[in-house]
Ligand binder design. Structure first.
Ligand code: HGY
Ligand code: MN
Ligand code: MN
Length: 420
């Protein structure tokens, strides 16, 4: 009966596709992408959509102090396995990043309820707030709130580029910064966390494989550089008299790429935004701001690369008579995935006749925040062309079928008590 019960658990892709299509209309943009930024009306509507889908199953949902949405099934007081992902997106992002993970959790709950087999343990679905950090630079916001908590004083200073304070944006959705600390109770009875996510890269597709099991999630450290020179007239200021803030900034952008290349594939580095202030064609920029993000699954490599970049920036600033200050905007340590749960996912994948691939995740995920407090594991499904954070992000149902099935059966085996 045990093996039969599991092998009968088969996702209904048509309804997952319908869920994804309906969800994808929330925040839809003309070019096919979606924008659901943190604390926006669109993120709120996406959460309401999830609550409505859960209500169709007769499953109630709650929202915590970080506006994470929670729903659970199974016996009161039993150990809990959390599953989920996020519903926010980057601006004009894709319809699968985060969304597929939450819809996979919803489908898993539906399958467990439809199977009718008594649950020995509880399954708790989470949709975390602001995984992307695209608006306030507060990535993994909701998952960090429940895993380790936030530095409230730091968050009280945070504003988006339009100058809207995070606290204001939260208040508009009925949440208060000072109450965030209580969200940590949500994990008190949770044994582990599993997340299904699109790979957001080309490796699975290039290998012709449908299931990746993540070994580690990269660390991410984002530092904002501000170069301060002297604003002046673009015509009447001789080159020798300039303290052009954009010149050391430009040299630093190239230094980011060089330092990452020198890591030999153990790190990546990105300058995601650059600003020249005041930003007029006939004015020598007196200020330049740029983001420097370094990622590596190895903490010491991430620190080394950032150190190399900082030294280059300081040398170039001196050369141009410009000051430079750095501010850490976001830091997530690398996270190792739990070996036992990785093996459970691999076992269900192999039971399907799939050969799962071990992969490092170069994208950050809510699982990375939760790893500070729980055993966590992730399952990847392929991304078409490796594309993500873009309107063309896509995974065909045939390509996520195996991963979703292995994910659901891993959850079911634990919830039914078929595994210790
Ligand atoms: O930035 C990331 O890696 C994730 O998609 N938030
Ligand atoms: Mn994501
Ligand atoms: Mn993302």
């Amino acid at each position: 009966m045990e093996a039969g019960a599991l092998s009968a658990l088969t996702p209904v892709l048509a309804r997952v596709e319908e869920d994804l299509a309906d969800l994808g209309r929330i925040g839809a943009r003309a070019g096919g992408g979606v924008t659901r930024l943190a604390w926006s009306e669109e993120e709120g509507r996406a959460k309401a959509f999830l609550v409505e889908r859960l209500a169709r199953l007769g499953v109630g949902a709650e929202s915590d102090e970080a506006a994470n949405v929670w729903a659970e099934i199974g016996p009161e007081g039993a150990p809990v396995l959390a599953i989920g992902s996020h519903l926010d997106t980057v601006p004009d992002g894709g319809r699968y990043d985060g969304a597929l993970g939450v819809m996979a959790g919803l489908e898993t709950m539906r399958l467990l309820l439809e199977a009718g087999r008594p649950l020995k343990r509880r399954v708790r679905l989470a949709a975390f707030t602001d995984e992307e950090g695209a608006r306030f630079g507060t990535g993994l916001f909701g998952s960090t709130a429940v895993a380790t908590g936030h530095d409230i004083d730091h968050l009280a200073e945070v504003r988006d580029r339009a100058g809207v304070a995070l606290a204001e944006a939260m208040a508009a959705r009925g949440r208060r910064l000072e109450e965030l600390g209580r969200a940590r109770e949500r994990l008190d009875d949770v044994e582990a966390y599993l997340e299904l996510h699109v790979e957001q890269g080309p490796r699975l597709e290039r290998m012709g494989r449908d299931i990746g099991v993540v070994t580690a999630i990269t660390g991410i450290r984002q530092v904002e550089y501000t170069f301060a020179g002297e604003t002046n007239h673009a015509g009447t200021t001789a080159l020798a008299d300039r303290r052009d803030a954009l010149l050391p900034a430009a040299e630093t952008i190239l230094a980011v790429r060089r330092a990452a290349e020198r890591s030999g594939g153990r790190a990546v580095g990105t300058v995601g935004y650059v600003a020249a202030v005041p930003g007029a064609a006939n004015v020598v920029p007196g200020e330049a701001v740029l983001s420097v993000e370094v990622r590596s699954p190895e903490s010491e490599v991430m620190a080394e690369v950032h150190g190399e970049i900082a030294r280059a920036a300081e040398a170039e600033a001196r050369r141009h008579g410009v000051e430079v200050v750095r501010a850490v905007r976001h830091h997530v340590a690398p996270a190792a995935m739990d070996p036992a749960w990785r093996e459970r996912l691999r076992r269900q994948a192999r039971a399907l006749g799939e050969e799962p691939v071990d992969l490092v995740s170069w994208a950050g995920h809510d699982a990375g925040a939760l790893a500070a407090r729980l055993p966590v594991a992730m399952l990847f499904v392929p991304s078409r062309g490796g594309l993500s954070h873009a309107p063309g992000e896509y995974t065909a149902p045939e390509r996520y079928r195996a991963g979703l099935t292995a994910f659901a059966r891993t959850v079911a085996a634990w919830a039914w008590g078929l595994e210790p």
